[in-house]
Write a protein that binds this ligand. Structure first.
Ligand code: ZN
Ligand code: ZN
Length: 343
């Protein structure tokens, strides 16, 4: 069982693999690239993954056989484990939470070479549906405080297999990045009775210098204080706190916007490695002692997708200071991204 350990000085949680500790040489020898015919995410190799949790296919099909369009399986090497009891305990002055969670892989297509950006919006819709279904299902488990959906593209962004896939990790604590966002949104709402994200969207659309692309319902822009060059955000222009509550008819427009974001980054920066994260509302499970926790969530939070191309390395200054140095101003990044021809 992994453990979550809290550092009271840096105020930071870390997931630590207790029993399967990696030895030094395992970090030094680079992993061999998996050959296509032995890829566990390709058709015919369904038995090389743990049994599937969810799949989308055109017609009837046996689980764990070919014929699927999107397939969700548990991660073979999970960061957190689904079985077991949730323990929260103190070890001296430190806090430890048992490593309960879920770690799943969303295989976006049977085609080993078809990246998410290459898919038609219809294909991207199926991936978004899989995200939505897994969020709704995992939220029923009250041990989980948050479910984070993310995608690592390319080796330098942390992807160990090249077959197009996304992942999700459900955690028994609030990830600090998510918590900071939720707290800011709630505080802003309690002062102004407005959604901070809606206010920023309105302002960006008027100013225009950081806008990359927009449609009737969605907008892409470079955040004012971008931590990374070409950091890009995708927001619904209408207020919506929870991605998992989107009806089917909203998903097509979102898929078009997501494809625009991925294509522009891919074309401009020559298919860089990237990380993409879905920020959506947490499961609003009641928490004893926090009566006001989710009271305004529906009004104060606004779901969105964030993407960073992995084109700069985090170095000593960033690690030591928690400050990022971004060599490309977001206004310039937006201009470059606006000018990309995606058709
Ligand atoms: Zn494959
Ligand atoms: Zn809003």
């Amino acid at each position: 069982m992994p453990e979550l350990r809290y550092d009271p000085i840096r105020q930071r949680w870390t997931i630590i693999s207790i029993e399967r500790g990696r030895r030094p040489h395992e970090y030094i020898t680079g992993k061999e690239e998996v050959k296509v015919d032995s890829c566990p995410f390709c058709y015919g190799n369904e038995d090389r993954t743990p049994p599937e949790i969810f799949a989308i296919s055109d017609g009837p099909r046996e689980p764990n056989t070919p014929g699927w369009k999107v397939r969700v399986v548990p991660n073979k090497y999970p960061a957190l484990r689904i079985e077991g009891e949730l323990r929260r305990e103190g070890v001296g002055l430190f806090d430890v939470v048992s490593g309960i969670g879920a770690h799943e892989v969303i295989i976006e297509t049977p085609d080993h070479f078809k990246e998410l950006s290459d898919q038609d919006p219809e294909g991207i819709v199926l991936v978004l549906k899989a995200y939505r279904e897994r969020l709704l299902d995992l939220r029923k488990d009250t041990r989980f405080r948050y479910i984070l959906v993310f995608k690592n593209h390319g080796k330098d962004a942390g992807a160990s297999l090249s077959h197009p896939h996304s992942q999700l990790i459900a955690t028994p604590i609030f990830p600090p990045v998510v918590k900071a966002e939720l707290v800011s949104a709630r505080e802003y709402y309690s002062r102004k009775e407005r959604c901070i994200f809606c206010d920023i969207i309105k302002q960006e659309i008027v100013l225009r210098d950081r806008i990359v692309w927009e449609s009737d319902k969605y907008v892409l822009w470079e955040p004012f204080a971008s931590s990374f060059p070409f950091e890009t955000w995708l927001f619904p222009k209408y207020h919506s706190h929870d991605f998992a509550l989107l009806p089917d008819e909203e998903l097509y427009d979102l898929a078009v916007a997501l494809k625009e974001m991925l294509m522009r980054i891919k074309i401009l920066l020559n298919d860089p490695p990237y990380n993409m994260v879905l920020h959506t509302a947490p499961p609003p499970h009641p928490r004893p002692g926090h009566a006001d926790y989710w009271e305004t969530l529906e009004y104060d939070f606004h779901w969105h997708i964030e993407l960073i191309p992995r084109i700069t390395k985090i170095a000593g200054f960033e690690w030591g200071s928690g400050l990022h140095i971004n060599p490309t101003p977001p206004e310039e990044a937006a201009k470059y991204l606006r000018e990309v021809e995606t058709l």
